[in-house]
Design a protein around this ligand. Structure first.
Ligand code: GAL
Length: 411
């Protein structure tokens, strides 16, 4: 369980200011911006919207979702809207450092009044509250906790090959040799953001939770031998993927595992929701273990919603946020989304299959929590973009020293 920000080694955020409701703000409709448009994600959003409609029947829901995994497309559309003073009523953002730029730009409102009114602080893990607190203010409402470090597979594929999921990257490399000679893809992958997602979890598995966290808070030397080795491991792993031929987003990569042409996929637990939309059942149809080298570590991220300054329908946006922060909203959303509730007082009986195991692991005091780089917890947008640029080059030139110098240079 996420107990304190110290676990994540995050610096405190900055900037805060007050906003005024837009003149003539109404509560008859609410425009909500997210990237939950694809299979496995839209079902989660629909379940949350259904609970919102039940709680507030008089408000029309205007779904402004922009497709693209991890918000890769949505975030640039949103940035343009915010710059043009054309905010939606609420938008999706990750808890943690991803919020910092929008706070500094004055795009979002301080929501402490809503936290006080709804008693949310006492209902969220202390470490999560800390991760979303910037100079004492809170600008977002977390709706879930996702886990990034999972290796997905089909039990029937592994049984046919006489394999069990690898516990370490060395085991994965050993398995991969045999898989390639059978014309199988050891690890399926998708666009650049999924390669970044793989990178963070190779780093986590190779460096351990302290070494990984140190990359983002200054405690780990990017130029040191361990990081170099971990980066070489990443390029080795990448050559065992179908990166060169991959088309489509994360769902397409998971499809290769479903079809049995790829053996593993490393992705967050939104895969659980996607595989259920395909009629598969956890343990018989699909399985998941902690990605190699990261057993008992929860590499977390949290989807949250904001109240932009100048939201055209501010009272309705507040209602949306109240639903996002409520037990019934979270218990409607998360079982569909493949995530566990951000609230600690949700109804655990609603979480079955993979999610029952995830809830137990999240709540276990012995679980070590670290924050996702790819999904906004530990690095801000500027740093994240620098990593993207360095990574597209790294996947081509495989120059670990050059990547470390470019990606780690802010510390
Ligand atoms: C993450 C997001 C998840 C899921 C995933 C794939 O950034 O937090 O909810 O949507 O991207 O799109």
């Amino acid at each position: 369980m996420l107990a304190g920000l110290a676990l994540l080694g995050l610096p405190a955020g900055s900037a805060c200011s007050d906003g005024e409701p837009a003149p003539g703000a109404t509560d008859t409709r609410v425009e909500v911006f997210s990237w939950w448009a694809g299979p496995g994600e839209k079902e989660g959003l629909e379940a949350l919207v259904a609970d919102f409609r039940r709680q507030y029947p008089g408000v029309d829901f205007d779904n402004a979702a922009v497709a693209g995994g991890a918000g890769t497309v949505a975030r640039s559309v949103l940035a343009t809207r915010l710059q043009n003073d054309d905010p939606p009523d609420s938008y999706q953002i990750h808890a943690g450092q991803e919020l910092a730029a929008d706070i500094a730009a004055g795009y979002v409102e301080d929501l402490r009044y809503l936290y006080d009114q709804q008693g949310w602080r006492a209902k969220l893990p202390a470490g999560l509250v800390e991760a979303i607190t910037f100079d004492g203010a809170i600008y977002s409402v977390p709706v879930n906790i996702h886990r990034s470090n999972l290796l997905w597979y089909r039990p029937e594929t592994l049984a046919g090959l006489g394999l069990t999921p690898p516990a370490t990257w060395a085991e994965f490399l050993a398995q991969a040799d045999g898989l390639r000679s059978r014309n199988l893809t050891p690890l399926s992958i998708g666009p650049l953001w999924t390669q970044k997602h793989l990178l963070e979890n190779v780093l986590l598995g190779a460096l351990g939770p302290d070494g990984y966290t140190g990359l983002w808070n200054g405690g780990t030397d990017w130029g040191g031998g361990q990081v170099q080795q971990a980066l070489h491991l990443f390029t080795d792993v990448l050559t065992l993927t179908d990166a060169a031929t991959a088309v489509g987003d994360w769902q397409a990569a998971v499809d290769h595992v479903v079809a049995g042409t790829a053996v593993y996929n490393l992705m967050g637990d939104w895969v659980d929701a996607y595989l259920r939309t395909k009629g598969l059942t956890f343990t018989t149809g699909y399985g998941a273990v902690a990605s190699p080298g990261s057993s008992r570590v929860y590499n977390f991220l949290s989807d949250s919603f904001t109240l932009p300054k100048g939201a055209p329908h501010r009272p309705a946006a507040e209602k949306w946020l109240v639903t996002c922060g409520s037990v019934s909203g979270q218990d409607a959303f998360n079982p569909q989304k493949g995530s566990v509730p951000a609230r600690t007082d949700a109804d655990s009986s609603k979480y079955t299959g993979y999610l029952a195991a995830a809830m137990a692991e999240w709540a276990d005091e012995g679980t070590r929590v670290v924050g996702s780089m790819t999904h906004g917890v530990v690095v801000d947008n500027t740093w994240s973009t620098e990593i993207d640029t360095a990574l597209s080059q790294f996947t081509q030139d495989k120059d670990a020293a050059r990547f470390a110098a470019a990606a780690g240079r802010r510390r």
